[in-house]
Write a protein that binds this ligand. Sequence first.
Ligand code: HAM
Length: 423
Amino acid sequence: MAINKVKGTYDVLPTESYLWKALEDKIRSTLKVYNIKEIRTPIMEYSEVFHRQSELSDMVTKETYDFDDRGDRKLTLRPEGTAGVIRAYVENKLYATQELEKVYYIGPNFRYERPQKGRYRQFYQFGVEAIGAVDPALDAEMIILAYDFIKRLGLKGVRVRINSLGDDESRKFYQQALIDHFTPHESTLCEDCKARLSKNPLRILDCKVDQKHPAIKEAPIPQDFLNEFSKTYFQEVLEHLNASKIDYEIAHKLVRGLDYYSHTVFEIEADIEGFGAQNVLGGGGRYQKLVSELGGPDLGGIGFACGMERLLLALEAENVQLAKDTDLDAFVIAFGNEVKTTATKILYELRKADIIADMNYTQKAFKGQLKQALRLNAKFLIILGEEEFKRGVVGIKNTKTEVQEEVLISKIKKYLLEKLEKK
Ligand code: HAM
C-alpha cells in the first residue's frame, strides 16, 4: 500500500517549486538592500531552547514536536525561528564582535496545530532578528522592513497593526489588572484559562476556545498600564512610522501568541481576496529577556517572521505572478539509436553554453516527441532524423514563427545563441 504524507504537511511539486524559488529570491534581494545577512540554524534544538519557564504559550506547551534521541537527549523540532537564532547568537558570542547583529533566516518549523488552509504542521517562515540594541528607531526599522517586503511582493492594502506591552514594570501592572478583571469571571472561563489566570493572565486574551467570551472582549488594554518610559518609547516608534508614512493602526488588544514579548508588538496584514482572518502574513515584536534566559548578556532584540505558505497563497489569490517557470530554449527530437548518441552530444554542447535544453527518452515516434516539446514550451525544436544525420545537419524550427531552417550540426550552438540573443 502506498504511504501518504504526514497530516499537516505538503509536497512542493516540480510544477510549483519555481514559485518558492521566486519568493526566496525576493526575500534575499530585499534583505540585501537592508544590509542583513543570513543565518542558518539547526531544525532540532535541545528542548530547553524552547521550553523555558517563562514561555507558557500554547505553541510551546501544547504544540511542539518533542522526542528523545537514541542517546536519550531531549530534543525539539523548532516551532519558530527566534529562540534558535538567539541560542546561536549566545553560543557563538556574536555580541562580542558586533554591537547590533541583524540576521535573517528561511526554513521549516513544526507545530502540532489543527491543519487548515494556510496553517500546517510543517511550515516555512522567513524571519529577521535585530539583536543587541534597544532603540525605537530599530523597532521602526523592523516594522518598515516587514511592511516594505509585503509591498514589494505586489500585495495591496498592506497595513501594520501595532501595540505596546511596555517594559517589565508596565507588564506587571497590566497582568495584575487582568487578574483583577478575570477573577470574578473565573468559573465561566475555559479550563486552560482558569489555569492561566494565576500563571499567565495575558494568555487568556489569546484563548482559542472562546474568543467571544464577554470578559475577554471587555478586558483592560496594555496601553492604560504603560509607565512613562514605555509610553515615550512607544510614542517614538510611532513617530518613526509617521515620518516614513507607514500605514499603521494601533491595535489595543494585540498581545501576540508568544510570551517573550515586551514593548513593541506588531502584525502585518494585507487585503487578500477570500482570506478573512488569515490575512495576517507575519508578526513579531521586541524581546528583552530572551538573550539572558538563554545564557547570554542582558541584551534586547526585536524581530518578526512571515509564513511563506501564506505569502504564496496570498499571491495566488491576488493573481500576482512573481515569476514564470523557465521555458526550454531547445528540445531535441531524434530518431534511431545511432542518431541518439549525436543528440546526447548536441545537448551537452548546448548546456555548456547555458542554453536550456532537453530531449525525449521515452517516445520513439515524432508525434509523441513533438507533443512533449510543445508541453515544455520549447522555443526551438532541433529535429535530427536518419537522413539529416547522414548529411551532418539538423532542422531547427522556431515554434513561434514556425520557420524551419537547416543548420550544420557543428553550427547549432552558434545559431541558437544568436537567435536566443544569448552572448
Ligand atoms: P508567529 O506569529 O508564531 O511568530 O509566526 C509568524 C508567522 O508564521 C505567522 O504570522 C504566520 O504567517 C506563520 N505561521 C505560524 N504558524 C503557522 C502554521 N502552523 N502554518 C503556517 N504558517 C504559520 C513567530 O514565530 C515569532 N518567532 C516571530 C518573531 C520573530 N518575533 C520576534 N522575532
